[in-house]
Design a protein around this ligand. Structure first.
Ligand SMILES: Cc1cc2nc3c(=O)[nH]c(=O)nc-3n(C[C@H](O)[C@H](O)[C@H](O)COP(=O)(O)OP(=O)(O)OC[C@H]3O[C@@H](n4cnc5c(N)ncnc54)[C@H](O)[C@@H]3O)c2cc1C
Length: 811
């Protein structure tokens, strides 16, 4: 074993092998993989190894499509060929119109990644898969590239090519300890000696937390037992003259694919089981859990009904093995929060199919700091302090039980709820709140008209449409109150804080005491990294002069990593998080000033406290910090309240609001109103794939100001002109909003991609944002939106269609 290397990848399953391979492809050859046993001896060796293009968002589709391209290349490589049944085709079944509509959306979304899905009816499903009955079937989503691969050969081939490029693989070498040094490099201890490395990667499958523990990290990953069986030969398969397509069934929770002349059928039973919660025997390698087919009887019946031929044949082999899950079903691929030079590629539940793509995007992040797609959907920092193995296990069980039942828009599943609440959560529940979950926080979505109000899960506007419209109306005409919990808030102190922040932002963000500004952070490629509201609070008896840095609820770990990484050792700057200590109450509407004046002493007139001001005050007797900012487009105040005072402030505002018609509003009303104002959401519209000019943020950039992160790259990009432009669109449908990822078409060509969509009640328009080809961006240009399978007109309109001069929020 060598004594020093650039990267040590720990774990020789598909995750580790793919990472090693792709690091060499990105040009890093001094890299090492360490595996405690043989390659693939964890989960990978016994995988059903299906490889599909299907994903819930464009990043997932893109990385899976990369896997397929790579696996085809490896299959065709005469030097080290891999057994890969590419192109058997696969069907995801549906028995409700809502599922069929969603499949149309997924097809529209995949088109933008150059991937083709087809939505087919029940008869066509049966024609393509001769073993299935059409009972209780409406149709399905066809992926023509679906197939399965030999997982062991795949990993060996990846390791073979990596070795050829200079990488080294040490098998039967157990990593036993990890030590990080002052210069952020690592020493990796193993039972065969130690090796120093700049960077370590945890790719340890179900042993993720053994290795995580070695660096003092707890990863939100839990394992579930998962079973499939393989049948004896089925004569109809041999007679068909073609391989059977794969099946995935959300009606009865199973999948199947051809194995020799029989079928492999895997199950996601309701009575499922976590695995390894109390530790894993060191000797569990190349191993399986005991068979337990009794447990899957509930879903077995559905598979037999769909494929009656199954009931006629015997079972040859049962496989029951551990599979890893995270809190939201997607893996954790990227930097480990709070650590330097440490990455993970863990929580893979469909790792053989996806692993090629995940290793690719991880290697790009390690080598270039960012991948070619925005990787937030797989970023380990998307979960923050509330995540632990208990919560992860609850969500893993729920996810397993709903394996093929994708989330609909506005669907919030019941497991692991109330992870993060405020003193107002039960009050809001008593007011009839429907809650959404934002990074674990229970946040009011809207106030239900009755306790038994349950809108249909659908891609159309749902029954809450008018309820939200009414909340918006009252904000527009009177005043509304909205609790925004979990908003990320850092307190930045120290004499150098303005100089530091100036380097972080690409624009000129205010440094004046008592003033508020909005800034954008770029990465080293000159593209959007983050967005933050900056409030400069003057010194007072509550503390020294300080700056509050506010950003999206889920960005806490991400932004903290980014800021602290760029802090100079000699800079007098301290950053602490107030995210869990304070909550925002937003008071919005033309009567907001009257309500505030009625319960907070002081002069709140426009002259004394204009838009973009910050002031410490009291509401009743409770200390608050008030920001004059608006996301709704109406006159509004963000009232930041320590959680201990939240209830008292709430009562004071409600009492003061009574005579002004104050009512509650929630996140869905906010989402609608921000679309009318041209305001964007981080990670929906603000992506690492585009620079601020492409994202229509020209007024927030000062390319010539003193040095800032991403400046050089941005200037180079400016010389080349934009690759896309973000525009506001008017959508020609009154029934269905535009969903993120949907494709904008001109003839057969994809010319843009939706990022957000919602109804704008105050302008009476179905609105969307999209990144489009630059020549499609002028006002009045009409394209076709593939809206869940229907082509509807999408016209570019002026941004901020409601009160474009912002007169109402400056009032
Ligand atoms: C029954 C079943 C069917 C499945 N079917 C499919 C499917 O059809 N399609 C699909 O895409 N996915 C499928 N999966 C999931 C897929 O197999 C996994 O997502 C994937 O194999 C995980 O790979 P990995 O590299 O993350 O983990 P692993 O394969 O478990 O690899 C981790 C490696 O790390 C090593 N390691 C751990 N600790 C240390 C240490 N301290 N030092 C050194 N090495 C260490 C282990 O020995 C192991 O080899 C299935 C899983 C199961 C159980």
């Amino acid at each position: 074993m060598k004594s020093r290397t650039k990267v040590v990848v720990i774990g020789g399953g598909i995750a580790g092998c793919s990472t090693l391979y792709h690091l060499t492809k990105e040009g890093w050859s001094d890299v090492v993989l360490i595996e405690r046993d043989e390659l693939t001896s964890g989960t990978t060796w016994h995988s059903a190894a299906q490889v599909t293009n299907f994903g819930m968002n464009q990043t997932m589709v893109g990385l899976k499509t990369h896997s397929i391209q790579l696996y085809k290349k490896l299959r065709d490589d005469p030097e080290y060929p891999v057994g890969y049944h590419h192109g058997d085709g696969g069907i995801r079944l549906a028995n409700t119109p809502e599922q069929m509509q969603a499949y149309h959306h997924f097809a529209s979304m995949a088109k933008g990644m150059g991937t083709t899905f087809e939505v087919i009816d029940a008869e066509e499903c049966a024609r393509r898969h001769p073993l299935i009955s059409t009972d209780n079937l409406l149709g399905g989503l066809w992926d023509g590239e679906d197939g399965d691969i030999d997982p062991a050969q795949l990993c060996q081939a990846l390791a073979f090519h990596a070795r050829k490029a200079g990488a080294e693989v040490y098998r039967h070498t157990n990593v036993t300890a990890l030590t990080q040094h002052k210069d952020d490099t690592w020493t990796v201890e193993t039972d065969k000696g130690s090796i120093d490395a700049d960077i370590v990667v945890n790719a340890c499958g179900y042993r993720v937390n053994e290795v995580g523990g070695m660096m003092g990290v707890h990863h939100p990953v839990a394992s579930m037992e998962h079973q499939y069986f393989v049948t004896e030969d089925i004569p109809a398969i041999a007679e068909a003259g073609h391989r059977m397509p794969l099946l995935r069934c959300p009606i009865s929770d199973y999948y199947s694919r051809q194995e020799k002349n029989g079928l492999l059928v895997g199950f996601y039973e309701q009575d499922c089981k976590t695995w390894g919660m109390d530790g894993i025997s060191p000797s569990f390698a190349n191993d399986l859990c005991p068979d337990d087919l009794d447990r899957v009887m509930d879903v077995l019946e559905g598979a037999f009904e769909r494929m009656p031929a199954l009931a006629e044949v015997g079972i040859k082999r049962v496989v029951n093995g551990p599979i890893t899950y995270t809190i939201d079903g997607a893996p954790l691929v990227g930097p480990i929060p709070g650590k330097r030079n440490a990455y993970c590629i863990i929580g893979l539940r469909a790792g053989v199919g996806e692993g090629g793509g995940h290793g690719w995007l991880l290697a790009q992040q390690i080598v270039h700091g960012e991948a070619q797609y925005d990787t937030w959907v797989i970023d380990p920092r998307r979960f923050t302090g509330h995540t632990n193995v208990e919560l992860t296990a609850l969500k893993a069980i729920e996810d397993y039980q709903n394996e093929f039942r994708f989330h609909f828009p506005h669907e919030h599943r019941p497991a692991g709820r109330n992870a993060k609440t405020t003193p107002l959560t039960p009050i809001m529940a008593a007011e009839g709140a429907e809650f959404t979950v934002v990074n674990g926080w229970e946040r009011v979505d809207y106030i239900k008209p009755s306790a038994d109000f349950h809108p249909t899960l659908s891609f159309n506007f749902d029954e809450a449409f008018d309820v939200i419209g009414e909340e918006v109306r009252n904000v527009q005409e009177n005043v509304g109150l909205c609790e925004v919990n979990g908003f990320n808030r850092f307190e930045i102190t120290g004499a150098d804080r303005h100089r530091f922040l100036d380097r972080m932002f690409c624009g000129a963000v205010t440094k004046k005491d008592g003033r508020v500004g909005l800034g954008y952070l770029l990465n080293h490629h000159g593209k959007i990294k983050g967005e933050a509201t900056v409030a400069n609070i003057p010194a007072s008896d509550r503390g020294p002069a300080r700056t509050w840095y506010g950003s999206a609820a889920a960005s806490e770990y991400h932004d903290m990593d980014w800021l602290t990484t760029h802090l100079g050792a000699d800079e007098d700057v301290q950053i602490s998080s107030l995210t869990n200590d304070q909550t925002i109450l937003v008071l919005a509407g033309p009567k907001a000033r009257d309500v505030l004046s009625a319960c907070a002493r002081g002069d709140w007139s426009k002259a004394a406290f204009p838009w973009l001001s910050v002031r410490e005050a009291f509401i009743g007797f409770s200390p608050v910090t008030v920001l004059g900012v608006s996301f709704s487009g109406e006159l509004a105040y963000e009232i930041h309240v320590p959680n201990a005072s939240l209830y008292a402030v709430y009562l004071a505002l409600r009492a003061a609001g009574q005579q002004h018609g104050l009512t509650l509003f929630g996140a869905r009303a906010v989402d609608s109103m921000r679309m009318e104002k041209g305001f964007m959401h981080w990670k929906a519209d603000l992506l690492t794939e585009f620079d601020p000019f492409e994202t229509a943020l020209d007024r927030f950039v000062k390319p010539e100001k003193g040095p800032f992160i991403g400046q050089e790259a941005l200037q180079k990009r400016m010389a080349h002109g934009p690759t896309r432009k973000l525009v506001t669109l008017k959508i020609g449908s009154t029934t269905t909003p535009a969903h993120g990822g949907a494709s904008l078409m001109q003839g057969d060509t994809v010319v843009g991609t939706i990022t957000s969509g919602d109804w704008g009640y105050r302008v009476g328009l179905n609105l969307a944002y999209a990144f489009v080809m630059p020549d499609m961006a002028e006002i009045g240009r009409v394209m076709q939106l593939d809206l869940c399978g229907e082509l509807v007109a999408a016209e570019v309109i002026t941004p901020s269609p409601y009160d474009p001069d912002h007169a109402r929020m400056r009032a």
